[in-house]
Design a protein around this ligand. Structure first.
Ligand code: FAD
Length: 343
């Protein structure tokens, strides 16, 4: 189970499994796990399959491979990497799925006042959190100002015509980074695969994005746990039943580097060009799709506790925020999130 512990979320099906192994009315449960997007995926299905586990895993791997070929910045020949390498203002053809991600990202970008900004790639790479993940020291203000010249959602246009979808930039060195949305997109692809196969009892995850519906092998609703924002594994902060929704957590306590006693996380504020420094350390969002949840979690993370809570209440979002205090952590959630809480 260790590999399903992802960035702030851990699948507590194992807790349920241990708790109810001797329960009489169990159902067959099929567990499929693999690697994708530099992290792990897990597909759990309870009930009987109409095909072999191997066949289902082949379809899962093919779906996630396609997602990587479309939107990975870690593959130099992906559709997204070719768009980033192109320095003209010529519209580039993109697949439908990628257009849906960009559309969602542009809307959440506007709603968060630019806090969630998929054009932030030059800054992510400058701080060493991009594909070439080089060991970095804190960049100079001059380097940050130079990188900021190449970002801004207003310079990215999504076009659509009878031939399909196109992406256009008017900054030659614009570098779009979809890392904050990829895992949610991968989960939604798996949810659509379950629906196509008529599978109604499943729990699917890619990295820290999860969606679940129905019951597990013990005939009990799947439970997804939100981890305490510590490096200690398995510290559970809260348990939810997703009822078919998607969930994602953004955290600033896992992916960071330290220099002169200061932590620099991978969540970048596009306005300052620097990693966030406020006390909000974990944002969990539940939304109708995992893509939506994955987009909002980073945008709210950048805003900080007060602004994130105010925006979440205005938009009626299901949000759970954990902030660092002098003697530990404090948590606050919106009423919409409470509806999913089981503990
Ligand atoms: P989240 O908290 O969801 O998002 C943080 C990430 O979003 C940052 O790492 C940065 O990239 C970006 N970001 C930072 N600030 C902002 C902002 N203000 N607005 C918008 N975005 C921001 N990693 C590997 O190591 N190897 C791989 O082969 C690999 N392949 C990948 C393939 C795909 C298709 C995708 C989508 C990602 C891949 N990754 C890979 C990256 C990895 O999976 C994670 O996406 C990345 O580490 C961020 O993980 P997270 O979910 O914790 O970040």
């Amino acid at each position: 189970m260790a590999n399903s512990i992802a960035k702030g979320l851990l699948l507590s099906a194992a807790l349920m499994l241990l708790a109810a192994c001797n329960d009489a009315n169990t159902r067959p449960q099929i567990d499929i796990e693999g690697k994708t997007m530099g992290t792990f995926y897990s597909v759990k299905v309870s009930g009987t399959l109409t095909e072999s586990k191997q066949q289902l895993q082949q379809e899962i791997d093919a779906l996630l491979e396609q997602a990587n070929d479309d939107i990975s910045t870690y593959r130099p020949d992906s559709v997204l990497s070719r768009f980033n390498q192109n320095t003209t203002a010529e519209p580039q053809p993109i697949p439908r799925g990628m257009a849906d991600i960009i559309l969602t990202a542009q809307r959440i970008g506007r709603d968060t006042g630019g806090a969630m900004d998929i054009t932030v790639g030059p800054l992510v790479n400058l701080w060493g959190f991009g594909p070439d993940k080089r060991a970095v020291k804190v960049p100079s203000q001059q380097q940050i100002d130079a990188a900021r010249q190449h970002i801004g959602l207003q310079h990215l246009k999504l076009l659509s015509d009878s031939r399909g979808e196109w992406l256009q930039k008017d900054l030659p060195e614009m570098y779009v980074d979809l890392s904050t949305l990829g895992e949610g997109y991968g989960v939604d692809q798996l949810v659509r695969l379950m629906a196509r196969k008529g599978i109604t009892n499943y729990l699917v995850s890619v990295g820290g994005a999860v969606s679940s519906r129905g019951v597990n092998g013990q005939n009990k609703p799947w439970r997804v746990a939100i981890q305490k924002p510590t490096d200690r594994e398995n510290a559970v902060q809260a348990l939810v039943d997703l009822q078919g929704y998607g969930i994602s957590t953004a955290g600033s306590y896992r992916n960071y580097f330290e220099q002169d006693g200061q932590r620099y996380s991978h969540v970048i504020d596009p306005v300052t060009g620097r990693p966030i420094t406020h006390k909000l350390v974990s944002v969990t969002v539940i939304a109708p799709t995992a893509l939506e949840a994955d987009g909002w979690d980073t945008g709210l993370m950048v805003l900080g506790t007060e602004k994130a809570l105010k925006l979440a209440e205005e938009k009626g979002l299901a949000v759970y925020l954990i902030s660092k205090t002098d003697d530990g952590f404090s948590a606050v959630m919106t009423p919409q999130f409470k509806a999913f809480l089981v503990q």
